[in-house]
Design a protein around this ligand. Structure first.
Ligand code: CA
Length: 231
């Protein structure tokens, strides 16, 4: 099942799209401004982005430009009728396709299917690789890299990162991590999780100036990729 991110500030349109896409069997995420759209669009579980161009906080063009720095996730722009310069700029920034509002939902659904299929064909041989911004994790080869630079992890560190990336955006408890990553019911101390989280931050966050694993107070941890914005 593919996950589609809708970046759209007009609530009625966002809601309509969400319902239609869910009905088609997609998993749907929503962001109501450009900044949130950029942050969510960089997460490893997003397979396609529907991006409105007129957005608060950050324009759709800018969101597209920044996502394209390190990701080839398919992007379909939503543009106002007759705004040719926006369309051209969006396509120049690396958007794959665009739809003019108001649009027929059947046409958008068809374009989504085409974009997903093309992307799958383009990335054939790289199935299962999880990407978040410049960070990539390949489960088949047990390789993790940041912008092409390999990061050496132990098996357990790799498994923990893999699990967190596969559940990006979800707060996961220490108990759940012990059970699923260490694969045994652990009745006692969950400190071992904190220790391994610290190892990952030392190997990934610190040297590359990014934030990947967030501490969720009183719950546990969550994978959310963040990097310092620079132009
Ligand atoms: Ca808008």
């Amino acid at each position: 099942m593919s996950t589609i991110l809708i970046v759209e500030d007009e609530k009625k349109i966002a809601r309509f799209l969400e319902l239609e896409l869910r009905h088609e069997g997609y998993s749907v995420l929503c962001a109501e401004d450009g900044k949130k759209g950029l942050e969510m669009g960089r997460q490893p579980n997003v397979d396609l982005i529907i991006l409105d161009l007129m957005l608060p906080e950050m324009s759709g063009i800018e969101v597209c430009r920044r996502i394209r720095r390190d990701s080839d996730v398919p992007i379909i722009m939503l543009t106002a009728k007759d705004d040719v310069s926006d369309k051209v700029m969006g396509l120049d920034m690396g958007a794959d396709d665009y739809m003019t509002k108001p649009f027929a939902i059947e046409e958008l659904l068809a374009r989504i299917r085409v974009a997903l299929k093309k992307h799958r064909a383009d990335t054939a041989g790289h199935e299962g690789v999880l990407r978040a911004g410049k960070l990539s994790l390949n489960p088949a080869s047990y390789q993790v890299a940041f912008d092409g630079t390999p990061i050496q992890l132990t098996k357990k560190e790799f498994d923990l990162l893999h699990y967190l990336m596969a559940h990006a955006g979800e707060a996961v408890t220490r108990e759940k991590l012990l059970q699923d990553v260490w694969e045994y019911d652990y009745a006692g101390d969950t400190n071992v999780v904190d220790v391994y989280i610290r190892y990952l931050r030392l190997k990934i966050d610190e040297p590359f100036g990014i934030k990947t694993i967030q501490t969720i107070r009183a719950v546990g941890y969550m994978f959310r990729y963040e990097e310092a914005e620079k132009n």
